[in-house]
Design a protein around this ligand. Structure first.
Ligand code: HXC
Length: 269
């Protein structure tokens, strides 16, 4: 993909990104702004989101930060209202706020399970539901960040798997209900992405990281740019006829465990 592809793709559009103070979501938000969108970004921590927005402005991009917890519907309505007041009706919404930790079900309280479901699943519903009256529709594009765990069960991840499975269904149900109004709703499912807090939690040492890469069909982790480019495409008019899709950007992770060493397999001539 060339920079020419990205340039001006979102020129004149307004983007709202939730959970955008760091990691994958910050890179997606940056990509929206680099492509010409005016960007309004939120996260739980005021310090972190102000620092992230300032970083983008330092690079000459248009970005405003505001503290907002996606579990708080009223606060989200206020944030969308502030975004519209500043930039106009909203064309692009990213729902990426997520929480996760490794824990067996038996080490998890009901509140621990609920906390992750509240951030990931309820949070995604809240972001999209609250956005509705502020959207520039027809033509708006909503994208949720989901995960392969939405369809692949994993030990120590009952909370995140259940939450992300729900996120996929929020995407599909809203795509059906809001399609007639010209609102597209999609998901992007990142596999293991290097340099993220998520992978630091899920593969905290070199041994676990190498083992993880050995199970992936493409044999490596992805980059934040891989996810940002997929989200850019979904947000753009180039994806005009795409809705209800979960786009896997995961090196083939969702296909299953590809740990077999194919170099050791004897091929019949
Ligand atoms: C068991 C745990 C725990 C752990 C927290 N809890 N960590 N239980 N093992 N390691 C429990 C607490 O004891 C508490 O239950 C409940 O969870 C809520 O914890 P709080 O700290 O009060 O909640 P909060 O401050 O809202 O923090 C949310 C959080 C935290 C998810 C627990 O880790 C967080 O803020 N995460 C945000 C950053 C993050 O996770 N980034 C990674 C995202 S990557 P009790 O019963 O004691 O009250 C990602 C990729 C997803 O999500 C890919 C896979 C799907």
């Amino acid at each position: 993909m060339t920079d020419t592809f990205r340039e001006d793709l979102l020129s004149g559009k307004v983007a709202f990104a939730a959970g955008a103070s760091s990691g994958i979501n910050l890179q997606v938000a940056r990509r929206y702004a680099e492509a010409g969108a005016k960007l309004f970004m939120i996260s739980r921590s005021d310090d972190k989101i102000q620092a992230a927005a300032q970083g983008l402005r330092d690079d000459g991009l248009e970005a405003t930060g505001m503290a907002c917890d996606v579990r708080d519907f009223g606060a989200l309505m206020a944030a969308f209202s502030a975004c519209r007041d500043k930039y106009g009706a909203i064309d692009i919404v990213l729902s990426g706020a997520a929480g996760n930790f490794l824990s067996p079900a038996l080490g998890m309280s009901a509140n621990a399970f609920k906390t992750v479901v509240d951030i990931d699943l309820l949070g995604t519903f809240n972001v999209f539901r609250a956005s509705f009256e502020f959207l520039n529709a027809p033509g708006a594009s909503l994208t949720a960040i989901t995960a392969p765990q939405a369809v692949n069960a994993m030990p120590m991840q009952v909370h995140a798997c259940a939450a992300k499975a729900g996120v996929n269904m929020v995407v599909k149900c809203l795509a059906m209900e809001w399609g007639p109004g010209g609102i597209r709703v999609n998901g992007v499912s990142p596999g293991p992405i290097g340099g993220t807090e998520g992978m630091e939690r899920l593969a905290p040492n070199k041994e676990m990281a190498e083992a993880s890469k050995g199970r992936i069909p493409l044999r490596d982790w992805g980059t934040k740019d891989d996810i940002a480019d997929a989200c850019l495409w979904l947000a753009s008019d180039a994806a005009n006829y795409v809705t209800g899709a979960i786009i896997n950007v995961d090196g083939g992770v969702e296909l299953g465990d590809a740990a077999m060493d194919l170099t050791k397999v004897e091929i019949r001539k």
